[in-house]
Design a protein around this ligand. Structure first.
Ligand SMILES: [Zn+2]
Ligand SMILES: [Zn+2]
Length: 239
């Protein structure tokens, strides 16, 4: 497989998926693959263990890992993470004194207690890997947009993007794509995005209207799954 095909093929599959956002589709698949990977024999790999020992997982991903039947894999990974964190805890709390006066000019970032807290709560192996790969997908989007007319021509047939992923895509285009490609992209994609947000808003309105007894016998049209699609469109959460 050619190097760029690693990203272009899944991106093509995602835009053809007919969902509310191709990047939500890619992110959900990535997340699932990473959960499976973490619970495979990944714990045997030292680079994987090195990272998970240091940062572990966020609450959402610990929840998902726990839902898998492989509690042994999870416990092995978490055991060495906990051991390393306990060592870090002992270091951070050694000779701990009040910093009320001492650290007055220093920020939280200088405080080892704060740093350790952040590592435990904010950082996550799975989130980190998803972010890295998603960035590649956003870059590949502009590569295809410039190079492949079929890709560009297909976009108006999609349902555009969710708002968070569209914002990230805009940001990547703004900083990486050539100015003419970026301007062209904005001109084509923005009206399409707004139109699709308004379509989902209309579905939400019809969903609400259906709770009025006068609309009892009216059809649901496309509104039955409006709550689910509206969460995706505004939050990038594919339920
Ligand atoms: Zn999305
Ligand atoms: Zn996470």
């Amino acid at each position: 497989m050619a190097k760029e095909e690693i990203y272009t093929i899944p991106l093509w599959d995602a835009v053809k998926d007919e969902g509310e956002c191709p990047f939500c589709f890619l992110e959900k698949k990535l997340e699932k693959d990473l959960i499976d990977f973490c619970l495979s024999d990944a714990y045997m790999q030292s680079d994987f263990r090195q990272t998970t020992n240091k940062i572990g997982f966020c609450q959402s991903h610990f929840r998902q890992l726990f839902q898998s039947p492989n509690r042994l894999g999870l416990t092995l990974v978490n055991q060495s993470h906990t051991m390393e964190m306990l060592e870090e805890f002992k270091k951070a709390t050694q000779n701990l004194k009040s910093t009320k006066k001492l650290f007055k000019k220093k920020t939280d970032e200088d405080n080892p207690i704060h740093k350790l807290y952040q590592r435990l709560t904010d950082e996550c192996y799975i989130c980190g890997r998803i972010n890295e790969t998603m960035t590649r997908y956003f870059e590949t989007f502009f590569y295809l947009y410039k190079k492949d007319a079929a890709f560009r021509d297909f976009l108006p047939q999609t349902k555009s993007f969710c708002m968070p992923h569209y914002l990230r895509l805009i940001e990547v285009g703004q900083t990486n794509a050539s100015p003419s490609v970026f301007e062209n992209f904005m001109e084509e994609s923005k009206p399409h995005f707004i139109e699709n947000m308004e379509r989902v808003l209309a579905d939400m309105q019809w969903f609400v209207n259906k709770f009025d007894y006068r609309n009892d016998k009216e059809p649901w049209k496309d509104a039955k799954d409006a709550p689910k699609r509206s969460i995706q469109k505004i939050n990038g959460t594919l339920l």
